[in-house]
Design a protein around this ligand. Structure first.
Ligand code: ARG
Length: 587
């Protein structure tokens, strides 16, 4: 199923070839001036430059070839030698009928299906999540949806941070609070009580307490460090506690992510690869990948042509412990053994760029991965209205559940203002609020170019107007209710017959879906998907304002418009789903 753009590019490329010019100059794009012509090709200018010829003359030769082969296209030469192309309505009609009949509304699958792992989310056990984790989750989930839809075999992994100093801090804090628990006994060997000694609220309280004490008191911090080392060395009581902490955190995280509609296939963490580390380190040493330096073992990763010197990766610290980079390398090893992906994407903030560069280079050096098989999908920070990194009122990081609740509260308020509260039973109302809140959070994040920073402004995000998630849901709801009404009146959709400019414009938007998906995948760029959904909603809105549907007397025109509306809703629903948004029935 080729798009109009592809068909036109094919025809114009043929015309360039027939005129003795390079085929690849025949690329057709949508014109910036649809009032003059909807499509254009600028290839004659490039051809003229290369051949030192007159661009208008070349354009005329190409235009003559094109009109001879495709008399159905109106071709004009504009300015210095642009080809302006206007197809007949029949081309739009055929394409619209094909799109409407296709459950994927024109979206094809990738030529080659890859096995991809996506490492995203990355919250840390016991530490509250911050908005960086939220961005990672929203972007990562969108990429997994997109890549699956494009036919790739995707495995997502949350990669919990469950192995650092924070675990030792929790252990010491808990020991001070409940010294009688069996876990602190050096001789503890089990049995492990099923019941965790802490709740998620305890964890949320214990960690900041421990962290504050550690900052104020070096002795205390040393105790936490020692507990971390003993945990990592396998002390049974501590391992039992770790298992509890992880279980309690994972249960809470599953609730939060579930409410947000973000899914992970694997709930693994840094601690899962601990057993792989000793042999991996020995192997790095034996093969000369790692070298000794001041009592530590490092991997040199700097390259001559780096414009900024990259520090060596520390594989084993001088105290003998494995660090963040070590667990990341061991995780690559584990993934290679268990899933053997062709590509691993790491959706993590920009601040960790050097870390990933070190890890990737070390992994390639050690033969754990191929060049290009590991990719850091980086993103910018979320800032408060003051332009600084977003914090809660108390100055700390956000808890995901608080953020979701705050978004829902605003969504409820907005929906109540719109009069929906009185019309829906409480449960249904709450479901709409959830969908609106999720759409607000996700779209406002994803619509930005990934690497830029953006300002967090919930009031704007939940607005039903402007470029927002709720606006898009609202458009989908509007089309849905129009179609239900038509059905209720016994009106059937029929073959598309475009006549109005707004209809052709809508078909052109629908036509661009596949290209938008291809580009969004290639650039790991969710904003291109958002852009498509938004421009589609706008094109529908313009069409709906200018082209009456239910009141239309001409039966064929009405049926055609119903089919266009159906196709628009189907494609919008697909696009929203890839963004991670779900339209309610009403709002
Ligand atoms: N837990 C880490 C953090 O909070 C993020 C993990 C990212 N993934 C990875 N494989 N390193 O910063």
């Amino acid at each position: 199923m080729t798009s109009i753009l592809e068909q036109l590019t094919g025809a114009v490329s043929d015309a360039f070839a027939a005129a003795g010019l390079p085929r690849d100059l025949g690329v057709v794009i949508e014109s910036g001036r649809p009032d003059l012509a909807p499509y254009q090709c600028n290839g004659a200018l490039a051809a003229a430059k290369a051949a030192k010829a007159n661009p208008r003359a070349l354009a005329e030769t190409v235009a003559a070839q094109l009109t001879a082969a495709r008399p159905d296209l109106a071709v004009e030469i504009a300015g210095p030698g642009f080809l302006n192309i206007t197809p007949q309505d029949a081309l739009y009609d055929q394409r619209a009928d094909a799109l409407a009949a296709d459950p994927r509304t024109g979206a094809r699958t990738a030529d080659k299906s890859l096995k991809v792992m996506i490492d995203f989310g990355g919250p840390n056990v016991a530490k509250p999540m911050h908005v960086g984790h939220l961005r990672s989750s929203v972007i990562g989930d969108c990429l997994q949806r997109l890549m699956r839809f494009r036919g790739h075999r995707v495995i997502s992994d949350i990669h919990l941070g469950d192995w650092g100093l924070q675990m030792g801090q929790l252990i010491t804090e808990l020991e001070d609070e409940q010294p009688d628990l069996p876990y602190f006994d050096a001789g503890f060997t089990g049995p492990y009580p099923d019941e965790a000694p802490v709740t998620i609220d305890d964890l949320a309280r214990l960690y900041p307490q421990a962290s504050a004490k550690g900052k104020a008191d070096p002795v205390r911090q040393e105790r936490s460090r020692k507990a971390t080392a003993e945990l990592q060395a396998g002390r049974p009581g501590y391992r039992a506690l770790l298992a509890h902490f992880i279980a309690v955190s994972v249960a809470a995280l599953k609730d939060d992510f579930g409410a947000l509609g973000v899914h992970f296939d694997l709930w693994k963490g840094e601690s899962d690869v601990n057993d792989l580390i000793p042999a991996m380190v020995e192997d790095f040493k034996a093969r000369g990948v790692a070298e000794e330096s001041d009592g530590a073992w490092i991997v040199r990763v700097a390259r001559e042509d780096d414009n900024k010197e990259l520090a060596p990766l520390i594989l084993v610290s001088s105290q003998g412990s494995a660090l963040y980079a070590t667990t990341d390398l061991a995780t690559i090893l584990e993934r290679r053994r268990e899933q053997d992906p062709e590509l691993i994407l790491y959706v993590v903030d920009l601040g960790q760029s050097d870390h990933f560069e070190q890890v990737f280079r070390a992994a390639v050096k050690a033969g754990l991965a191929q060049e290009g098989g590991l990719e850091h999908v980086k993103f910018g920070t979320v800032n408060g209205p003051d332009g600084k990194r977003l914090r809660t009122r108390a100055g700390g990081s956000f808890r995901l559940s608080d953020l979701i609740e705050e978004a829902r509260a605003r969504a409820r308020q907005r929906l109540t203002e719109a009069g929906l509260g009185a019309e829906l039973p409480p449960e249904a109302f709450e479901d709409v609020a959830r969908k609106v809140a999720n759409a607000a959070i996700k779209f406002s994040d994803l619509q930005n170019v990934r690497t830029t920073n953006y300002i967090f402004d919930l009031d704007r995000f939940v607005s039903f107007e402007g470029k927002t998630g709720p606006y898009l849901l609202y458009q989908a709801v509007r089309i849905g209710s129009l179609l239900r009404k038509a059905k209720g009146e016994g009106l059937e959709p029929g073959p598309v017959r475009t006549g109005h400019a707004a209809e052709a414009a809508l078909v052109r938007r629908l036509d661009g879906f596949n290209a938008a998906l291809e580009r969004a995948e290639a650039g790991r760029a969710p904003h291109l998907l958002c852009e498509h959904a938004y421009s589609l909603a706008q094109a529908f809105s313009a069409f709906y304002t200018q082209c009456p549907i239910l009141p239309e007397k001409d039966e064929a025109i009405r049926a055609s418009r119903l089919r266009l509306a159906e196709a628009a809703l189907a494609q919008l629903t697909l696009a929203l789903d890839l963004i991670g948004m779900e339209a309610p029935e009403r709002m």
